[in-house]
Design a protein around this ligand. Sequence first.
Ligand SMILES: Nc1ncnc2c1ncn2[C@@H]1O[C@H](COP(=O)(O)OP(=O)(O)OP(=O)(O)O)[C@@H](O)[C@H]1O
Ligand SMILES: [Mg+2]
Length: 292
Amino acid sequence: MTRSREPLPREAARTEGSFGEGFVMPPGDVLGVMGPRFDRRELVVGTAKSGTRLEVAGICKRFGGLHVFNDVSFSISPGDVLGVIGPNGAGKTTLINVICGMLPPTAGRVLLDGRDMTGKPLHAVSRAGIVRSFQQTNTFRTATARENISRAVRFSNGGESLWQTIAPLIDEFDLAAHLDEQSDKLPYGLQKMLGLVLACAVRPKVLLLDEPAAGLERRERLRVDAFVRHAVTELGCGVLIVEHDMELVRRLCPKILVLDSGRVLAEGAPAEVLSRKDVIDAYLGTMEGAEA
Ligand SMILES: Nc1ncnc2c1ncn2[C@@H]1O[C@H](COP(=O)(O)OP(=O)(O)OP(=O)(O)O)[C@@H](O)[C@H]1O
Ligand SMILES: [Mg+2]
């Protein structure tokens, strides 16, 4: 296990963040990366004792004449892991964009513990605890991994204690040895993991993960399992995962929702939903090697 106690860079940096607001990174903390690797328990979902509930009520999104989705409703309680699946172009990323404040909905409401977040800007929604990761990696490309994490920590007014909460992730993902490397020079798998660490550094209450396993090798995909387990059991988050990897969806998601042609085609337990003929016809049947 690699440990690092390098000081952070001394210069201040001002930049636009992935969480929607410019912020200042003042002269830095001392970063300690430590903590045991995750144990290999099975993921336990639905175990968070307290936390924040996301409610999406009758949400619609149109781009001009294109109705991406209409009247989508669901809720995510602390400890829930909801899978959102559907064919390419079904509107999964747009759904995340609307919930996290990157795009305004055409209609409907996004509530966080009953507080109306609808149409609020990304930075306000992020600070309230709805935090997304990106389908494509979305780090500050020319900054080091350490600087990226530091900026996210600063965005959420965190310090050493917040670093300590994310240190197990840095360790688990083998990022500790790469903290001083430029983020866009990291291997793709590590860039994806850095994206997940950044989401955790914003003190998430509800995580919206857009294809966290896309492009990862099988071994790396298990890190997504570990990440979700950490988010649920250690941070008490509710999690929404958009994925095309049905194995991962079956492993992680007790409940799934299928988006197709702008509507919720099906929702329920994976065993039931993934064996439905309409779901197979609309989505699974189009996937190479998919098992119903
Ligand atoms: N900003 C935008 N302006 C106009 N149309 C958009 C915009 N963003 C997305 N769309 C359209 O909305 C539809 C849904 O796109 P979206 O990216 O949400 O799909 P997706 O389900 O995430 O697909 P994939 O599985 O390929 O990632 C597509 O037809 C897309 O072209
Ligand atoms: Mg997408």
